[in-house]
Ligand binder design. Sequence first.
Ligand code: AMP
Length: 209
Amino acid sequence: MKLILLGAPGAGKGTQATRLAEHYSIPHISTGDIFRANLKAETPLGLKAKEYMDKGLLVPDELTVDLVMDRIAQEDCVNGYILDGFPRTLNQAAALDEKVAIDAAVDVEVPDEDIVKRMAGRRVCPSCGEPYHTEWKVPKKEGICDRCGAELIIRKDDEPETVLKRLTVYHDQTQPLIDHYGKQDKLVAVDGTLSVEEVTNAIIAKLEA
Ligand code: AMP
């Protein structure tokens, strides 16, 4: 099973990708996670990507496409994979189309106003990476990581003005992919405002229909 997860930033792609990866026993490949890991390790790629990520912009295709192509060529991808956050531009989609035939592109649909609300509450532990939310995943002690005791922060790209920029970038550059996969008859749309479990079940039901 080769799947793509589409949807605005904050639509829950990462959560769903993790659950689907477990269900289908295939790797979850998140370009955002790969960039963040590189940033943490201060690799040249990470430092370059940071310039764009902090502004809510997309990392250029030439830094992104080869990274994903190398990753999906690895041995653990022989039975498929879930791409979370890639492709994000028509150029990236064309590069992927050239190499592989995906089974489906899942669009997790969430209105912009819900996205803004969700992202405003996001917090993360800068030390161990554990994610929190002021409404849905509240730490036992306010502002402090349950796991390691570090002070929680707002990720630079979750700050309100960056969120709005990311949404604009999503509508301009990524939303056209919905049409792209629609034309290929590979689009599977689900209501991303339902509970995490309901969304996963809806995706699996539609994929297996
Ligand atoms: P994410 O965690 O998927 O929201 O990604 C965080 C940030 O990483 C994005 O706002 C982009 O700056 C960058 N990024 C992730 N995936 C891509 C991609 N496929 N193309 C370009 N930039 C990306």
